[in-house]
Design a protein around this ligand. Structure first.
Ligand SMILES: CC(C)(COP(=O)(O)OP(=O)(O)OC[C@H]1O[C@@H](n2cnc3c(N)ncnc32)[C@H](O)[C@@H]1OP(=O)(O)O)[C@@H](O)C(=O)NCCC(=O)NCCS
Length: 183
């Protein structure tokens, strides 16, 4: 498959079965996502309801990359609706291991940050990334995200191995953000 062969759009209810299968496999494959496969309990039916709720929520979005009906990647956002924090949105994303390095992650992220910049109430994007996830950190920095914090040893892998949780942020409509923090 070449990069020309994928489509990016918002998730729709008929994606539910494919998205559910995709998420189950990605949680089994990637240590860089917090959820472990046995912790992912959503059924395809519940996934359908989840997609409908996301679509109805004006502050959240679920974007998928597809080839036919197969899900190649997904980005889903979440927003705290309380008044003091509802200008901030956060997200998590992944691309299927067979389709990484083809620009899908970048395209998902561009679509999302474009959506945020058009949104009249969202002004800041935040994310969490494991400190050993160099590829994702590179992708986010290239998109304009900056590191604004670090939670030491917040992630535990097998054999009592810990890594840090890096907090990154992006202000889509501000060209002049400078954060000076020791990394
Ligand atoms: C992080 C992730 C979403 C990136 O998706 P992707 O589709 O592979 O990303 P892209 O193809 O758009 O590449 C983005 C950048 O990363 C680089 N990259 C991608 N795969 C790479 C690899 N295996 N080695 C080195 N660089 C790589 C690309 O070269 C590109 O940088 P460049 O434009 O400067 O060359 C994907 O690796 C993934 O799903 N990882 C597992 C889950 C995860 O870590 N999610 C993020 C949690 S915060």
């Amino acid at each position: 498959m070449t990069t020309a062969n994928f489509l990016i759009r918002n998730a729709i209810p008929s994606d539910a079965k494919y998205l559910n299968r995709y998420l189950r496999s990605i949680f089994a494959e990637s240590r860089h996502l917090v959820t472990k496969p046995e912790e992912f309990k959503m059924t395809p039916f519940q996934q359908r309801v989840w997609i409908k709720r996301k679509a109805a929520n004006t502050h959240e979005i679920c974007i998928v990359a597809l080839h036919g009906k197969s899900i190649l990647g997904v980005l889903e956002s979440a927003t705290d609706r309380r008044a003091r924090t509802r200008h901030v949105t956060t997200f998590s994303m992944s691309v299927h291991p067979d389709h990484r390095g083809k620009g899908i992650g970048q395209e998902l992220l561009n679509t999302y940050t474009g959506w945020v910049s058009e949104h009249n109430q969202l002004s800041k994007v935040e994310l969490h990334v494991h400190s050993d996830n160099a590829i994702a950190i590179h992708l986010y920095e290239k998109a304009g995200f900056v590191i604004e914090g670090r939670r030491k040893d917040a992630i535990k892998y097998k054999n009592e191995r810990f890594v840090d949780d890096i907090l990154m942020a992006y202000w889509p409509n501000s060209s002049n953000v400078e954060i000076n923090m020791e990394q």
